[in-house]
Design a protein around this ligand. Structure first.
Ligand code: HEC
Ligand code: HEC
Ligand code: HEC
Ligand code: HEC
Ligand code: HEC
Length: 212
């Protein structure tokens, strides 16, 4: 079996074709992995109007203050309501959004944030691997620090993943600039090449790297 977890999710006809014939395989990838399959622009309203522009932009808070294990774990965690209260027990207490936040925390309820980016279950992604390799949040999420409401800016399609896996040079930067979305990298390709060589990076294009 090449990718068992995948079997129950994909129509058998596609899978049989994909496994049997190179041409069908290419067609399937072309169709599903192409720019057509995309939710660029998706920006759902959130239960509390949390602004990255205010917190990460104006106040200059590092992404890792809130998404604190993003350098190690597959999933980038969302912050707890309690962590917001370290400031909002004092700051903007009378605002509608902060009142809603405080009420949820007092009742020990999770804030029902609406998920923005999501891959299908049959595709695997790991934040830590990318951050460790020197890929900035910017490459995949855009200028989050300028967004008042999070918006998807990249297609997250298979061909999008593969474009970078085949040619990641221009997307790699030194570790201290990963979350500095406004940083200008001088000569990005040469910088990226140095990083690739020193860390022996070789992003995979094998099906099994992302499908299992
Ligand atoms: C003060 C805490 C805080 C900081 C700092 C912060 N975030 Fe967030 N982030 C959140 C919260 C809360 C959410 C969920 C609500 C939302 O989507 O706006 C979120 C959501 C996101 C999402 C969307 C998740 C999804 O549903 O797909 C991305 C991507 C993201 N943050 C990236 C970043 C990046 C990149 C930075 C640094 C530039 C950053 N965040 C800084 C708190 C924070
Ligand atoms: C380090 C302190 C700090 C943390 C932590 C923090 N905030 Fe804030 N937040 C602020 C400040 C300061 C402002 C006001 C900015 C301004 O308008 O001048 C603000 C503004 C807001 C507002 C808008 C209030 C209004 O109506 O003007 C909301 C809503 C909010 N924060 C939610 C959150 C949530 C949710 C979290 C946790 C994910 C969070 N904040 C974490 C400092 C913080
Ligand atoms: C190589 C692309 C890439 C990079 C780099 C990246 N992300 Fe993501 N991010 C994604 C994808 C893809 C998803 C959807 C994952 C899924 O559905 O399994 C996602 C989802 C998220 C989520 C929602 C929770 C989750 O993990 O599914 C948050 C929060 C987030 N990213 C924050 C960040 C922050 C902060 C950074 C930088 C430190 C970052 N991301 C770097 C591609 C990336
Ligand atoms: C902007 C560039 C970029 C994008 C976009 C990107 N990746 Fe990667 N990916 C990398 C780099 C660099 C590595 C590290 C390779 C290494 O350690 O040798 C990596 C590693 C991985 C790995 C670990 C296996 C391996 O190749 O080492 C997986 C799994 C993976 N990526 C999945 C994805 C998926 C799924 C997507 C699309 C949703 C994606 N990536 C998008 C650059 C990228
Ligand atoms: C770097 C990661 C990565 C690699 C390598 C990769 N894929 Fe994918 N693949 C994805 C992602 C992410 C999606 C989901 C894209 C979307 O939601 O549009 C996907 C979607 C698919 C789909 C579409 C399924 C459907 O129901 O829409 C097929 C079929 C597929 N991949 C087969 C393959 C095959 C065969 C290979 C090896 C030649 C391969 N993939 C290699 C990341 C990858």
């Amino acid at each position: 079996m090449v990718f068992p977890g995948f079997m129950n999710k994909v129509p058998m006809a596609v899978l049989a074709g994909a496994l049997g014939l190179g041409a069908a395989l290419t067609a399937a990838i072309w169709y599903w992995g192409g720019p057509k399959h995309t939710e660029v622009g998706y920006s759902p309203k959130q239960p509390i109007p949390f602004s990255h522009r205010v917190h990460a932009g104006d106040l200059g808070m590092d992404c890792r203050f809130c998404h604190n294990t993003v350098e190690r774990t597959a999933v980038a965690p969302l912050p707890s309501g309690e962590s917001c209260m370290s400031c909002h027990a004092f700051v903007k207490k009378d605002s509608e959004g902060v009142k809603r936040l405080a009420a949820a925390v007092a009742k020990n309820e999770a804030i029902p944030w609406v998920r923005v980016h999501r891959l299908p279950d049959y595709a695997r992604f790991h934040h830590g691997v990318h951050v460790q390799a020197g890929v900035s949040c910017l490459s995949c999420h855009g200028r989050i620090d300028q967004m008042t409401q999070v918006r998807q800016v990249e297609p997250l399609s298979m061909s999008w993943c593969l474009d970078c896996h085949r040619k990641p040079e221009a997307q790699l930067r030194p570790a201290h600039l990963i979350t500095r979305l406004d940083a200008v990298i001088p000569d990005p390709v040469a910088t990226g090449r140095r990083i690739m060589e020193s860390r022996h990076l070789k992003p995979s294009t094998d099906c099994s790297a992302c499908h299992q």
